[in-house]
Design a protein around this ligand. Structure first.
Ligand SMILES: Cc1cc2nc3c(=O)[nH]c(=O)nc-3n(C[C@H](O)[C@H](O)[C@H](O)COP(=O)(O)OP(=O)(O)OC[C@H]3O[C@@H](n4cnc5c(N)ncnc54)[C@H](O)[C@@H]3O)c2cc1C
Length: 430
């Protein structure tokens, strides 16, 4: 029943990746033969998918270059399981060899340092420039500084977010390893929007489960700047009150005032807390390229995100015509998540191909997002939602029963979780 509910909700086969294909099938065949130069910035979940599908759907006339500083991408998805030793970072690493060999995307391993939307050129960290007809930006997120963050440099370095998988994930893993059953792990959650709405609560659960299994106990305190749990409220309330009762303490409305790394103290609007390990996730903003470029890409109400037309993901700023922003950096009604970035990338790729062909941009795009959440080593829960374009509000709105969560956590969901991840990463990188 549960599995059927999940499949029905995402509206397709096992994971829903064929959903957009089938919804737009009529357009795919007709779109081959488009010609134009597209530069994609950022080889993560959104950028890699758009580069692949521009070639797959647009054909060999599409000249696509991906600019990404790293030779391989480390997935944030499943990185909470690296903290508890159930996955390794190398198991979560994906390179761009298929993108080059199977799809003919050119890959340049540099950072983009500036954009000139008038001459339609980018500057790379190598010093060279790249010209484009259309530009897709998918640089993910960056962070604000932690407020009143004091202490010695060495102690401050121990307080990490591990919200971009990599060296900070290893640092946090080692700190958790060194904990004993009388120690406390503090996790701070920033105000929304942040990437992966269920992610912090999932992290609290896997750390609590790990402490119980390997240390015989411990404490996890969640300091949430938000007034309530932001995703899967029923499943996480049950996890905090029952499954991990006595280990997890959930504190809402806990805005950080200061953190002292020498005394390992967090002062918040909901009280003062001390821990052995502090995992502080700072306030998010769009990737630095967008917030620092000085060309008005950060045009959302709070000036931290890029506002886009969700029919094409092109910037709503007319001065930035030809620049599309997908994934976590954009401001939409959809969650900041890898699955949705993959979905948005396909809508964007199709729109760009239509623009090059002089065709019509698809007016009823549908995207979907699913998230599996390990609650213990052997059980997981999930949430899923399908979004459809609403012409009245010009935004993507959840269809049907909205955002659905599973009826509790179980081992069958763990199996589905592994299949879902394999399929999502294959759709993006293979
Ligand atoms: C712990 C955790 C768990 C998560 N779990 C899930 C989950 O279960 N399901 C889910 O759907 N999502 C999950 N997410 C969220 C998901 O990882 C992000 O939403 C997703 O990666 C966003 O994709 P993106 O393409 O926007 O950015 P990213 O995937 O972060 O990619 C951005 C890329 O841009 C590159 N870049 C940045 N600046 C530049 C520049 N100037 N020049 C060139 N390249 C640049 C970066 O190197 C990076 O490779 C999780 C996140 C975390 C932290």
């Amino acid at each position: 029943m549960e599995r059927r509910k999940f499949i029905r909700n995402i509206g397709a086969t096992a994971v829903g990746f064929s959903f957009l294909h089938s919804a737009m099938a009529g357009q795919l065949a007709a779109s081959a033969g488009a010609a134009g130069r597209v530069v994609v910035v950022g080889g993560g979940m959104g950028g890699t998918t758009v580069a692949k599908y521009l070639r797959l759907w647009g054909g060999t006339g599409m000249d696509v270059t991906l600019v990404e500083p790293n030779a391989a991408y480390i997935s944030n998805i499943f990185s909470n399981m690296v903290l508890t030793g159930e996955r390794t970072l190398s198991q979560l690493s994906f390179n761009y060899s298929n993108l080059k060999s199977k799809y003919g995307v050119k890959v340049q391993n540099y950072s983009v340092t500036s954009i000139d939307p008038i001459s339609k050129q980018l500057k790379l960290s190598s010093g060279s420039t790249l010209a484009y007809d259309r530009l897709v930006l998918a640089p993910g997120i960056d962070f604000e500084s932690l407020p009143s963050f004091t202490g010695s440099t060495a102690n401050k370095a121990k307080i990490v977010h591990a919200w971009k998988a990599g060296t900070q994930t290893t640092s946090l893993q080692n700190q958790i390893k060194a904990m004993t059953r009388s120690d406390t792990f503090i996790l701070t959650i920033p105000p929304t929007p942040y990437r992966c709405p269920p992610g912090p609560y999932e992290r609290a659960c896997v750390v609590a489960d790990h402490l119980k299994r390997t240390k015989g106990g411990g404490k996890v305190i969640i300091l949430d700047a938000n007034p309530k749990i932001q995703a899967e409220p029923i499943n996480f309330t049950n996890a905090f009150n029952n499954t991990h009762r006595g280990v997890i303490t959930y504190v809402p409305n806990a805005n950080i005032n200061s953190i002292n790394a020498d005394t390992m103290t967090v002062v918040t609007s909901a009280g003062t807390f001390k821990g052995k390990v502090i995992n502080a996730i700072p306030v998010h903003k769009a990737g630095n390229l967008i917030t620092q470029s000085g060309i008005g890409l950060n045009n959302s109400a709070d000036g931290k995100w890029a506002t886009v037309n969700v029919l094409s993901y092109e910037s709503t700023n007319p001065a930035l015509a030809g620049i599309h922003i997908i994934g976590d950096s954009s401001s939409t009604t959809q969650p900041k998540a890898g699955h949705i970035a993959n979905s948005e990338a396909k809508v964007c790729a199709d729109a760009i191909i239509q623009i090059f062909k002089g065709g019509t941009i698809f007016q009823v795009p549908i995207t979907n997002s699913s998230c599996f959440t390990p609650i213990t080593k052997t059980t997981a829960s999930w949430l899923s939602a399908v979004y459809r374009y609403d012409p009245a509000t010009k935004s993507m709105q959840p269809t049907g029963s909205g955002i659905t969560e599973s009826n509790g956590a179980n081992s069958e969901n763990v199996e589905d979780m592994h299949k879902w991840f394999k399929n999502l990463m294959a759709d993006t990188f293979s």
